[in-house]
Design a binder for this molecule. Structure first.
Ligand code: ZN
Length: 251
């Protein structure tokens, strides 16, 4: 299909939808300068991710986790939502999109203006931290001051528990509430748009399959082919921002 026909078809499907869900992965945020950790050359091909059990059992692993997070801090702090995020935010504002399910941990959907309660974060959020015991919230910038002063991993001021970014680490259980909400929204959707996910990480990648089984129209926008392309109703191997921006009419 020619590119303008693909965009027109996507616009038509969005127009026709009464309740859509957008599912996003690293591909939307690389357009904001956030590296895709899993991609070839990505950080996880150079440095092994730290398993949650190691974080719990080893001060060295905790220090290394925080050292990496602060090293990446400039990237995180300077990243801004791009045209793809803005197009999705517009669909949420219009009421077409009821929820955004994301594998990303960068908070850029919220930064684009989508209310936090409409963003379902399957892998948590790296833009703040919390105590693993009492869930008290901590800001990264505050923790960095203490880390640079004494080089030890932060402890909760309230209860003494370990403080960790609010992400889901390898070896850590998937967040039950987020998974349940994602399933409810997926089942309710008549249109399910994947934007920038290669759909290889389960259980997250099960949501587009569930949507399709449940009768929703499935659209995949991703630069590379995905394993679910064969069951999708429309596949666009294109950049996210220009594709969603053109289909929604957002610059
Ligand atoms: Zn605590």
């Amino acid at each position: 299909m020619p590119q303008d026909r693909e965009i027109a078809e996507l616009a038509r499907l969005i127009e026709r939808s009464r309740q859509a869900v957008v599912f996003t992965g690293a591909g939307i945020s690389t357009e904001s300068g956030i590296p895709d950790f899993r991609s070839p050359g990505g950080i996880w091909t150079r440095m092994a991710p730290i398993d949650f059990s190691d974080f719990l059992s080893s001060e060295e692993a905790r220090r290394e986790t925080w050292r990496r997070r602060f090293e990446a801090d400039d990237t995180w702090r300077n990243a801004q939502p791009n045209r793809g995020h803005r197009a999705i935010a517009e669909l949420v504002r219009l009421g077409t999109v009821a929820a955004v399910i994301t594998q990303n941990i960068d908070g850029l959907h919220q930064a684009s203006g989508i209310p936090a309660e409409q963003v379902i974060e399957l892998h948590g959020n790296s833009t703040y931290a919390h105590c693993l015991d009492c869930t008290r919230r901590y800001e990264i910038a505050d923790l960095r001051v203490g880390f640079e002063r004494d080089g030890t991993a932060p402890l909760c001021e309230a209860c003494g528990g370990w403080v960790k970014t609010a992400t889901i680490s390898f070896g850590q259980a998937m967040p039950l509430e987020a998974m349940q909400r994602a399933e409810i929204e997926t089942r309710a959707a008549d249109l399910f748009i994947v934007a920038g996910s290669s759909l290889v990480v389960y259980p997250a990648a099960g949501f587009p399959e569930l949507a399709k089984r449940n009768g929703a129209t499935l659209v995949i926008v991703n630069r590379e082919p995905t394993g679910l392309d064969p069951i999708a109703d429309l596949v666009l191997h294109r950049a996210i921002g220009e594709t969603l921006g053109a289909a929604v009419g957002v610059n």
